[in-house]
Design a protein around this ligand. Structure first.
Ligand code: GLU
Ligand code: ZN
Length: 315
């Protein structure tokens, strides 16, 4: 198993990852993220790691992790090193939380979503549907002391500086700036059910696994600034980011379990190749040999050569 206390030494080389949440099997959208991150890693002669992000356990489906791994292998997307499961890494996240707490930037919050919505409405702020509410800092004490971190019935939030501007470069989309304080607000690190949040877990894991390049769907773009802030205050280095175009359904909605996205068909190598081709087309890869009579390995090699047309193509 991946040993968090003895992470692999930094090699100076490219280390990428695919980090699916096992809320269902791979669909066309998640295959795009898997293929894009795999191609970018291979193009740069790097390592490609698989991390199962089963941190939000109530949303996970039993067996989906095994199914995802089976689908990846059927598509020829073999990972390097041991797979890690976030559900087994609570102690590591707790340590990061304690480090933040020592900086006196963690406080507990008892607000429900309803209270937050109510507070915002009373301040005349409307949150558009599908958009997260900016936390109005209701529970934030004027002076933050170290929290006991023991009360499991409350959420723990990260206190942000005023007007925290985070600027980052996306390898494909270019430069981005976000005011995390006004666009997100003090965000949750540990929920009131005791579970650590994606934001904290992903940052800790990317750092411990020495990930140098994060290639993932554009739906995660608006989490990036929050994650960079956490990297900054935890003293981690910043990986490069590349966000891939999203696959949407006929209503323009992101494919997900909620939109009942169908799982990719990896019944046999011909059907897996067809799925890979669809994903590659979506990534804008041109002039790939048609799949007929071709092995997946051969096709993936051609796709790796074609990749620089879309992605960073640089380390
Ligand atoms: N687990 C996240 C998801 O499946 C992806 C995390 C990431 O790539 O940063 O949406
Ligand atoms: Zn609160």
């Amino acid at each position: 198993m991946y040993d968090a206390k003895n992470p692999p030494p930094p090699t100076g080389g490219y280390r990428g990852r695919f980090a699916p949440s096992p809320t269902g099997p791979l669909h066309a959208g998640s295959l795009v993220a898997a293929l894009g991150s795999w191609l970018d890693a291979k193009k740069n002669r790097g390592q490609w790691l698989l991390r199962i992000e089963d941190i939000d356990r109530p949303r996970c489906i039993s067996g989906a992790d095994q199914e995802i791994m089976r689908q990846l292998l059927a598509c020829g997307l073999q990972w390097d090193e041991e797979v890690i499961w976030q559900s087994e890494r609570q102690e590591t996240y707790q340590k990061a939380l304690e480090a933040l707490n020592q900086q006196k930037c963690v406080y507990s919050c008892t607000c429900s979503r309803q209270t937050i919505a109510h507070t915002l409405t009373s301040q005349g702020i409307q949150t558009p549907r599908n958009q997260e509410m900016v936390y109005p800092a209701t529970c934030r004490p004027t002076q933050i002391e170290m929290d006991s971190l023991s009360n499991r019935a409350t959420a723990l939030r990260l206190a942000l500086p005023k007007n925290l501007l985070i600027e980052f470069e996306d390898e494909h989309l270019g430069s981005h700036t976000e005011n995390v304080s006004t666009q997100v607000g003090d965000f949750v690190l540990r929920r009131n059910d005791g579970l650590f949040t994606y934001q904290l877990a992903v940052v800790v894991d990317d750092a411990e696994q020495n990930i140098t390049h994060i290639v993932r769907g554009t739906d995660l773009l608006n989490n990036t600034a929050r994650q960079i802030h956490l990297q900054n205050i935890l003293g981690f280095s910043r990986p490069k980011y590349l966000h891939l175009p999203l696959v949407v359904d006929e209503h323009g909605e992101k494919l997900s379990k909620q939109t009942l996205a169908t799982q990719i068909n990896t019944e046999n190598s011909q059907s897996a190749l067809l799925e890979l081709q669809k994903a590659a087309t979506h990534l804008g890869l041109r002039n790939l040999p048609s799949g007929e009579n071709r092995s997946i390995a051969e096709w993936l090699l051609a796709a790796t050569h074609a990749w620089s047309n879309y992605g960073s193509g640089k380390t």
